[in-house]
Design a protein around this ligand. Structure first.
Ligand code: OAD
Length: 264
């Protein structure tokens, strides 16, 4: 991968790094993205499945869709892109991963310094008392209930709902002072996540986009890596490691991730 000197210089100097991820980072784990050719929203209307109104109207239909996605998730695992991002957090004084994904694959890859902007599909939340619990096994026709008697829902953010305030505030703050910002596998179409790269750029960050396709973020990007995240992120990790004198660590992680890719 040919990388400009400006990238290497930004990677060397940056004290802080923010990575924003979207569905594209999990595509190589076998999970469909939302938009695009095989996207989840191609033949489904988000208004029927991912809004509080849809849930009030037909909780069973919404639950079926989420249980189906949980089944897909149970069969998948983190890919080298997730692992490279997890390894990156040890390379900067300050690091934040802000993900729009609800699949928990970043945590399974080892990411810790992170915020979930859209919640997590592996948790349930009570619509009455707000209690959050790990997902329950699929109860078939029986909809999941809380101890208080309230109906449980997936602990995700639906269209028309607010992103968790604390997560968003942290992401805004860290983006504003980032030296380097990577937007990975996101169409950049959904707010407020889409504003994070803009805030970072305004604050002086070197902005990198990793996406096989151009997006509305591309124009502002200092560097667009037109490649799949699973291939590009391990390489970027290695180059960042090299720039920061941590190549041994980057290589060790990448060897591990290649082993995981081969299923060993
Ligand atoms: P999208 O489905 O909108 O966009 C996925 C992006 O990933 C596209 O730009 C693809 O080109 C890119 N992509 C596909 N394969 C890739 C790969 N292997 N490596 C890197 N990039 C790849 O997903 P998001 O941007 O995450 O919200 O969508 C944002 C939000 O819209 C989601 O969190 C969800 C959705 O509706 C809610 O559910 C609230």
């Amino acid at each position: 991968m040919d990388l400009p000197e400006e990238f290497l210089s930004a990677a060397r100097k940056a004290r802080s790094c923010v990575v924003l991820t979207g569905a594209g980072i999990s595509a190589e784990s076998g999970l469909a993205t939302f938009r695009g050719r095989d996207g989840l929203w191609r033949d489904r209307d988000p208004r029927d499945l991912a809004t509080p109104e849809a849930f009030s109207r037909d909780p069973k239909l919404v639950w079926e869709w989420y249980q189906w996605r949980r089944q897909q998730l149970a069969r998948s695992g983190p890919n080298p892109g997730h692992l490279a991002i997890a390894a990156m957090e040890g390379m900067f004084d300050s690091f934040l991963l802000a993900t729009q994904n609800v699949d928990g694959l970043h945590q399974r890859a080892g990411s810790r310094r992170m915020v979930e902007l859209h919640g997590n599909i592996t948790r349930d939340r009570c619509t009455r008392c707000g209690k959050v619990v790990p997902e329950k096994a699929d109860g078939g026709d029986e909809l999941p209930k809380c101890g208080c008697g309230g109906l449980m829902r997936p602990d995700v953010v639906w269209f028309g709902e607010a992103v968790p305030a604390e997560a968003l505030e942290t992401a805004w703050e860290e983006s504003g002072r980032a030296g380097i910002f990577l937007a990975v596998g996101t169409s950049g179409l959904v707010q407020p996540a889409a504003s994070l790269p803009v805030i970072a750029k305004r604050g002086g960050a070197y902005l990198v986009e990793v996406n096989p396709e151009p997006t509305p973020l591309s124009e502002a990007a200092d560097l667009a890596v037109r490649a799949a995240a699973g291939a590009a992120m391990p390489e970027l990790l290695e180059r960042i490691g090299l720039a920061r004198g941590m190549q041994a660590r980057a290589r060790e992680i990448n060897t591990k991730s290649r082993r995981c890719e081969n299923g060993t």
